[in-house]
Unconditional design. Structure first.
Length: 277
């Protein structure tokens, strides 16, 4: 069955029209979970999104080579661009459902691309434990000299560690140790980010070896988590640059205000279709 699939490739969260995270998007088809895991491998992407449309409501399922995810931010951006392109409209809106969560999303055509935005839902935040920091931070390569105040465990579907660092310094994680530490504490991964500039510009890297993605080019849900955390500190709009270390620059934007829903998104382009071989 998998050899007969038609897969659309969408570059999600572009930076000034370049880079982005290539994501496989395809209509829902009867596949086993094992077959779904093979789709991103076949397509040469980190993630695959399966889309099922029921009028104004759209169901999404996200897979990596390791298995299904309850949420995927850049995958949601890719799905919205795919749906807007197929609908042939200037503005596309839908109620999205993923893993039982319902949230709003929209995509606006901007020339050959789409600007997609969605509301990922409530963000849960807490302080990390001493044990979490003691195991995870050394595996990341973050030391007391580079760590900035304000680490948080954040969840929108699944928990991850947000790690602020004082500068855009290079990191060399030990992926074996990092996976072991994240698995021990049930963490999706670690989102390391630089202290925000006055403009709200931030650099970030997302490491998630536990789901088969050592480093993610773009991670919109973690950016949404960061936006929710920073909103309580007076920062309401951010633009996060990712993917530079992987040679594919990406940018995710997010807005958040205390007591209001977080909105996160990016620019996407429907670039290619992989036909059955």
């Amino acid at each position: 069955m998998i050899s007969r699939l038609s897969v659309t490739i969408v570059r999600a969260c572009l930076r000034e029209g370049a880079g982005g995270s290539s994501t496989a998007v395809l209509d829902e088809v009867p596949l086993s979970d094992d077959e779904r895991r093979r789709v991103p491998v076949r397509a040469g992407t980190s993630h695959a999104v399966f889309v099922s449309v029921h009028g104004p409501e759209v169901s999404l399922r996200f897979f990596t080579a390791e298995g299904e995810l309850p949420a995927c931010g850049h995958g949601t951006v890719a799905a919205l661009a795919y749906l807007a392109d197929r609908a042939g409209v200037a503005e596309y809106r839908a109620s999205l459902d993923a893993a039982g969560r319902s949230f709003a999303g929209r995509a606006v055509r901007e020339g050959a691309r789409f600007r997609a935005v969605f509301e990922p839902g409530p963000v849960e935040l807490r302080e990390p434990t001493a044990d979490e920091c003691a195991l995870v931070l050394p595996a990341l390569g973050v030391t007391s000299d580079t760590l900035a105040p304000g680490a948080r465990v954040a969840s929108v579907g699944r928990a991850r560690l947000l790690v602020p660092v004082a500068s855009r310094s290079a990191l060399a994680p030990d992926f074996g140790q990092l996976r072991s530490a994240c698995d021990r504490f049930g963490l999706l991964g670690c989102y390391v980010y630089s202290v925000p500039e006055h403009s709200g510009r931030i650099a970030a890297r997302m490491f998630a070896p536990s789901i088969g993605v050592p480093e993610d080019i773009a991670n919109a849900n973690s950016t949404a988590c960061l936006a929710a955390d920073l909103a309580d500190r007076g920062v309401t709009e951010i633009a996060v640059d990712m993917g530079d270390s992987l040679g594919s620059p990406a940018t995710i934007t997010a807005t958040a205000r205390p007591g209001a829903a977080v909105q996160v998104g990016g620019t996407a382009e429907v670039t290619d279709v992989i036909l059955p071989s």
